[in-house]
Design a protein around this ligand. Structure first.
Ligand SMILES: NC(=O)c1ccc[n+]([C@@H]2O[C@H](COP(=O)([O-])OP(=O)(O)OC[C@H]3O[C@@H](n4cnc5c(N)ncnc54)[C@H](OP(=O)(O)O)[C@@H]3O)[C@@H](O)[C@H]2O)c1
Length: 334
């Protein structure tokens, strides 16, 4: 018998698009997470995602130097459903500038790899604050939207100040921010402003790079080509993108405290799922985009949409834990 898909949708800012409230983060199927994920396994994870009702995939031109986009492009040919792909531009190449020609070229290249005539959503990929605030990138994105190469644009940003600037001074439809139990300032400082201005919020690094699954011990060994090793203290890029900026060993301890607080909540859920549920309990968030290594993680993450909310009491306790212990340990631009 046909069963209704339990995945819920939310409106993506002012785009008119309804996206699944759990999306698929596709950095993992590019590079930087240890052993390269074989293409077949990546495609299998993407099928699992769409079978579970996910219709929103987040990627970037730099993930595996185009590998993530190329795999998604191959996958899209295998499905007839409407699937929205959000990609990003502006990192990884010293040649990228905010000029019309450079932005149009980056959009064209992403279209080619994804095999689509126009991009559903292009996001500026944590470009330098000065360049972002100069505003030329947004002006050029608007022009490129007019010629039909992109349908919507937004920005992935590092600081709340940058996010508020985009809301005030651009027509960006979406903002992608780090938001999880270890990064809670977004709740008081950003969510309502975004919602009032019909700007969609895409929550990235929702599991603090896996820490909030509770599976790591302090002696866990990450591979040399895993950013959790080579960027654990921000050696290569913004430390916030790795473990949400929390030092690894403290993060392991915090995850144990989070697990204790959430004990007894959602008895059939594991800690990763409870941590994702915590994000979705904030109605101003449009979609959360956990990165997944395999179909099983993908399935577990998608299932969270059908779960009940966590209790108000556990939200309060996690807020206290954050304010008392975690906030002061978060490193990097925030
Ligand atoms: N600047 C930017 O715009 C930016 C930066 C970062 C991320 N992003 C986007 O946001 C997405 C999500 O962030 P992220 O991937 O960095 O971090 P994340 O979602 O917080 O963590 C992903 C990791 O969590 C673990 N995991 C996922 N599901 C799990 C489950 N059900 N049970 C146990 N462990 C699970 C996996 O770790 P293992 O690998 O150990 O299995 C996975 O690699 C990315 O894929 C990317 O699309 C954007």
């Amino acid at each position: 018998m046909f069963e209704a898909n339990p995945m819920k949708s939310r409106l993506l800012g002012n785009t008119g698009i309804e996206v699944s409230e759990v999306g698929f983060g596709a950095w993992q199927i590019g590079a930087d997470w240890g052993t390269e994920i074989p293409k077949d396994l990546a495609i299998s994870s993407l099928h699992t995602a769409v079978d579970a009702g996910i219709n929103f995939i987040d990627t970037a031109d730099v993930y595996g130097a185009g590998r993530s986009e190329t795999i998604i492009g191959e996958f899209l040919k295998e499905r007839n459903e409407t699937i929205y792909v959000a990609t990003k531009m502006g990192r990884g190449s010293s040649e990228w500038t905010d000029s019309y020609d450079q932005i149009a070229k980056a959009a064209e290249d992403s279209c080619k790899r994804l095999g689509v005539p126009a991009l559903d959503l292009i996001q500026l990929h944590c470009i330098p604050e000065q360049t972002l605030m100069a505003g030329k990138a947004f002006e050029n994105l608007e022009k490129i939207k007019d010629v039909g190469l992109i349908k919507n644009y937004g920005a992935s940003v590092e600081t709340i100040e940058e996010a508020l600037f985009c809301i005030r001074s651009s027509s960006a439809s979406t903002l992608q921010v780090i938001f999880n139990i270890f990064r809670q300032r977004v709740i008081s400082d950003l969510l309502q402003a975004a919602s009032r201005n019909r700007v969609g919020i895409i929550a990235r690094v929702p599991l603090a790079s896996g820490l909030l699954s509770g599976k790591f011990t302090k002696d866990h060994h990450f591979a040399e080509n895993d950013h959790r090793k080579f960027n654990c203290d921000g050696q290569m890029f913004n430390v916030g993108e790795t473990f949400a900026g929390v030092p690894f060993e403290s993060g392991v301890d915090f995850a144990i405290e989070v697990e204790r607080i959430l004990e007894g909540q959602l008895p059939n859920a594991n800690l990763a799922q409870k941590s994702l549920r915590w994000i979705l309990d904030h109605e101003e968030v449009t979609t959360v985009i956990p990165g997944a290594k395999n179909p099983e993680q993908t399935r577990q993450n998608a299932a969270v949409s059908a779960f009940n909310s966590l209790s108000i009491e556990s939200h309060e306790k996690l807020s206290d834990l954050y304010k008392e212990k975690i906030d002061k340990q978060v490193r990097g631009r925030y």
